[in-house]
Write a protein that binds this ligand. Structure first.
Ligand code: 5GP
Ligand code: ZN
Length: 114
């Protein structure tokens, strides 16, 4: 999509610090990290919000979660713990309308979240 920040990062038009790339997903470092580890797992295909998913996307979303777990493991957080979060629409804090899974680790993560 022409005007989408994450589509532009995936296309290499805007720089990103890539932690993972495969045929369907990328992971980049968040530009404004909220924890010592803060990565965004992003599908290459533009999907605006979780509300736009179809049953055909089930494997893609599963791959996003499994990639987050693998990246958490790579950084040594599997046992201690980490958090994965999708924000959906403005009321939940979504600011970039191309779905992305936040992976946060490395500090105390309170519950309930803000
Ligand atoms: P949201 O608020 O939509 O759940 O998450 C969007 C995330 O994208 C935020 O955590 C924000 O810091 C991050 N972000 C915004 N602009 C950029 C950018 O240009 N590059 C990177 N790497 N992250 C960004
Ligand atoms: Zn996009």
């Amino acid at each position: 999509m022409a005007d989408c920040l994450f589509c532009k990062i995936i296309a290499g038009e805007i720089p990103g610090k890539f932690a993972h790339q495969d045929d369907q997903l990328v992971a980049i470092a968040d530009i404004n990290p909220q924890a010592p580890l803060h990565l965004l797992i992003i599908p290459r295909r533009h999907i605006a919000t979780l509300n736009d998913l179809t049953p055909g996307d089930d494997a893609l979303v599963g791959a996003m979660q499994r990639t987050a777990a693998a990246l958490a493991a790579q950084h040594g957080y599997s046992e201690h713990g980490y958090r994965t979060v999708f924000n959906t629409n403005r009321g939940a804090g979504q600011t970039v309308f191309h779905i992305h899974l936040h992976l946060l680790a490395g500090r105390g993560l309170g519950w309930p979240p803000g």
